[in-house]
Design a protein around this ligand. Structure first.
Ligand code: R1P
Ligand code: URA
Length: 290
């Protein structure tokens, strides 16, 4: 069995994985990820009992219980580069024996649910509403560093996207992965559903101009107008496709849920984004713990 070297799986003095500073026994099988480290406590305040909390850099983890259900909440910071770190370390905590530095024989599949914020790309998905991502469509590069398989349905949708959205050839290579697991079917009622576009930035990569001119001035219009077999693009953010992609590579069930804080069509920003996020968390915790 191959031993994973100290330079590849880095453990700190207390035997915890390097960036997250969490040990295997400190992580639950159901994990909520949030971008903002301050949002971790907004999730864990719903726990009946807090078992422990750990931090290193922007990665804050709280583990606890709602009734009998053990949950962890982890902050990822911003962007799919951070998702590479968080998803690999969560997977290592579940699937690598830290004492022998070998991969465990029986793979463990984690449930990973992102509770984030996003910008809406449809006028009828207003600020303070909620979106469940049916697919993550990555305009970043992360997944191209891994070996992965698309389903025929994903390939068709990706082809349609490539046909309808004109991106700088060679510079941007979109990838697409569907949500996995049974949880998505439980986010009904108040939740819109659609394709989430994950961007490698907040400004030009999401069509925002402050002073830097855009190489793709039609990006928002093209994304809003995309349609294939009654599927539409609902929102923009910065992590979902990376989470769905690494979930596919590593065998975890992943779902991304967003509170809409900006509407890029009506050009509105939420007057109280925190209240919308709190409401999304409360609804999601009921579903996840239920
Ligand atoms: C940008 O402001 C950040 O907000 C969104 C984006 O994905 C990006 O991380 O999510 P979070 O509020 O979860 O961080
Ligand atoms: N997060 C994003 O990435 N974009 C938005 O417009 C709002 C939140």
């Amino acid at each position: 069995m191959t031993t994973i070297a100290e330079s590849e799986l880095i453990l700190n003095a207390r035997g915890a994985v390097y960036h997250l500073n969490v040990r295997p026994e400190e992580l639950a099988g159901t994990i909520i990820t949030v971008g903002d480290p301050d949002r971790v406590k907004a999730v864990s305040k719903h726990f009946d009992r807090l078992e422990g909390s750990w931090q290193h850099r922007e990665f804050v983890t709280h583990t606890g219980y709602i009734g009998d259900k053990r949950l962890s909440v982890v902050s990822t910071g911003i962007g799919t580069d951070n998702i590479d770190i968080v998803l690999n370390e969560l997977d290592a905590l579940a699937n690598i024996d830290f004492s022998t530095r070998t991969v465990k024989e029986t793979p463990v599949s984690l449930k990973i649910i992102r509770l984030g914020t996003a910008g809406s790309l449809q006028e009828n998905i207003p600020v303070d509403s909620f979106v469940v991502s049916s697919h993550g469509l990555g305009l970043d590069n992360l997944l191209h560093f891994y070996n992965y398989q698309n389903t025929p349905e994903e390939q068709q949708l990706l082809e349609a996207f490539r046909g309808q959205i004109r991106l700088q050839p060679g510079a941007i290579r979109p990838y697409l992965i569907e949500a996995s697991g049974e949880l998505s079917g439980r986010f009904t009622g108040d939740f819109h559903t659609g394709i989430t576009v994950t961007c490698p930035g907040f400004y030009a990569p999401q069509g925002r101009v402050l002073r830097g001119a855009l190489s793709h001035p039609d990006l928002i219009g093209q994304l809003t107008g995309f349609s294939f077999e009654n599927r539409h693009i609902t929102n923009f953010e910065m992590e979902t496709a990376g989470i769905y992609g690494l979930g596919r590579v590593l065998g975890h069930e992943c779902l991304s849920v967003s509170a809409i804080v900006a509407n890029r069509i009506s050009q509105e920003f939420s007057r109280d984004g925190n209240a919308a996020v709190e409401k999304m968390i409360a609804k999601a915790m009921e579903i996840i713990a239920g």
